[in-house]
Design a protein around this ligand. Structure first.
Ligand code: FE
Ligand code: CA
Length: 532
């Protein structure tokens, strides 16, 4: 067998066309100058099964993304070659007024994903985009660029969402997000996938994961592909630009810095050594990068990734996307929910790590923008779940009080105004005011915090819990709690921000309507969260 024959067989076993047309196709798919690049692929199955996405808007450009995966749940089904993809940006939804085109390579090293960092666009503009591979066109996506740095837009409308356990419910909330009008971007705080094995169907497991727990690069790719095959999630990505972050489940539940959840604590006596956990992180971050509309600056290096970054919405808002997982200390006290053990008092506690912390502090003190939005993962505000004495979750800022105090002292000492914190992770909606002393509502109010509930994780939920009345009375800085699924719609103007908590009464069946569960406002210059 010649090497050319072997190549044809290789293609036929994967997603590309062969048979009668293979000889004719060969000339096109194997240009003489390079056998590594396929310029005119012929697909046996539709390759744009993952849809399209855009993200990280700048005033002059945005990232547009797709991935060729004719067999999405079987490693993608592409040959071991790079494949040319054409991209187009248009001013109109019918793609008639093309403003830019280009070519990108979908490389096998990156699971045949492409991340095009488009430049040369107009600030504050809506655009439409699409990809072509061979004769096949992708769905059309819609995106927006950021306003000019010196502009003062009348409003910024954005969504905060995350925690989308595929097994726990339908992605109805993503369908509602796709249909929200005039959205500048969607901030996704993480838990885009869950890493655990498929569970047996039950009233709370309404659809199943594709595989056992994920460890290999193909495992992670197939898991992302399984989630991304959901039409509601695809619709949301096609409709809006995203600011992607990650939380724990993109790697493994409640990991912390170099530590796996299996950290040798009493609940997990068989520790996964950090050097072994680093191998899993390396795979998980590579596939996160492959799957997300993010810039080359977020390409992982070994087990490390720089996901913290910022963008400006003119002089109206400065958005810092934070990574509260990669640089934190291991959760103290064995990562329980309970009374703080002595380790909580560690005066050197880290949740952002020194480099990210000093970058954030510098940005907060010096940005010219009115609103400082911290797009991050775990609650900063005090949440005391005790009955007679303090009880906290060790996975949140509550368990790293020295790190929280450094942040709050910086905001206070530098008179940083209008800090608006976006949070997720806890699968419930919360709104509250963060005070200089988290236990004293008479101390200065420094920031507002809005915790988005989950898209689907934890299932249908309820309006409140048996503990809600007690928790609210023990935490007077908290203005709102709701235990339904959904997302938060935010609108910032120069005068105020408004947070609307959209909720769904069920996710275990498709088709729930969206309802507003609470509306809260923060006036510029006054960090206190008030009922809207
Ligand atoms: Fe989650
Ligand atoms: Ca989480």
């Amino acid at each position: 067998m010649t090497s050319t024959d072997r190549h044809i067989l290789d293609l036929s076993r994967r997603g590309l066309l062969c048979g009668a047309t293979a000889a004719a196709a060969l000339a096109a798919i194997l240009p003489a100058r390079s056998r590594q690049v396929i310029a005119q692929p012929l697909f046996r199955a539709y390759p744009f099964t993952q849809g399209v996405a855009s993200g990280d808007p700048l005033p002059d450009g945005v990232v547009i993304w797709t991935r060729l995966a004719p067999e999405p749940l079987a490693g993608g089904g592409m040959p071991r070659s790079a494949v040319e993809i054409q991209w187009e940006i248009a001013a109109d939804p019918a793609m008639r007024q093309i403003v830019q085109t280009g070519t990108a390579l979908a490389r096998p090293e990156l699971g045949h994903s492409v991340h095009v960092e488009v430049t040369g666009l107009e600030p504050g503009h809506a655009y439409h985009y699409r990809f072509r591979a061979g004769r096949v066109a992708s769905p059309i996506g819609h995106t927006r660029t950021a306003p000019a740095l010196d502009a003062m837009p009348a409003a910024l409308r954005y969504i905060s969402a995350g925690c989308q356990n595929f097994e726990a419910g339908h992605f109805t909330a993503w369908r509602h997000i796709a249909e929200e009008a005039d959205i500048d971007f969607v901030s996704h705080y993480g838990d885009y996938i869950y890493e655990h094995a498929a569970r047996a169907l039950s009233p709370t497991v309404v659809r199943q994961h594709n595989s056992d727990e994920i460890y290999t690069i193909d495992d992670y790719r197939n898991r992302y592909a399984h989630y991304r095959s959901d039409p509601d999630l695809q619709a949301a990505h096609a409709a809006h630009a995203f600011l992607m972050s990650f939380d724990d489940h993109e790697v493994d539940n409640n990991w912390a810095g170099i530590h796996s959840e299996e950290d040798g604590s009493p609940r997990f006596p068989h520790a996964v050594p950090p050097e072994i956990f680093a191998l899993r992180k390396q795979i998980a971050f590579q596939v996160w990068y492959e799957s997300m509309p993010v810039r080359r600056a977020q390409l992982p290096r070994g087990a490390d990734i720089t996901a913290w970054r910022a963008l400006r919405w003119g002089r109206l808002a400065d958005i810092a996307v934070l990574d509260t997982r990669s640089y934190r200390d291991d959760q103290p006290c064995g990562d329980i929910n309970g009374p703080p053990c002595p380790a909580v008092a560690n005066p050197a506690a880290q949740i952002l790590g020194p480099a990210q912390e000093s970058w954030l502090f510098d940005r907060l003190a010096n940005t010219p923008s009115t609103w400082k939005i911290l797009a991050q993962q775990v609650p900063i505000m005090r949440r005391d779940f005790g009955t007679t004495s303090l009880s906290i979750s060790m996975d949140k800022w509550d368990a790293y009080p020295a790190a929280r105090t450094r942040l709050l002292n910086h905001i206070h000492d530098r008179s940083v105004k209008n800090v608006s914190v976006l949070t997720g992770d806890v699968h419930q909606a919360w709104a509250g005011t963060i005070h200089l002393d988290p236990d004293d509502t008479k101390s200065p109010a420094l920031a507002s915090e809005f915790v988005a509930t989950s898209i689907s994780s934890n299932g249908d939920g309820s309006e409140t819990l048996p503990t809600t009345e007690r928790v609210l009375s023990r935490n007077p800085h908290i203005a709102f709690f709701n235990n339904r699924r959904g997302y938060t719609l935010h609108e910032a103007t120069p005068a105020r921000t408004t947070a609307t908590f959209r909720g769904l009464d069920y996710v275990t069946r498709p088709g729930a309507a969206r309802m507003d569960k609470g509306v809260f406002v923060v006036e510029a210059g006054d960090a206190r969260v008030k009922k809207g």
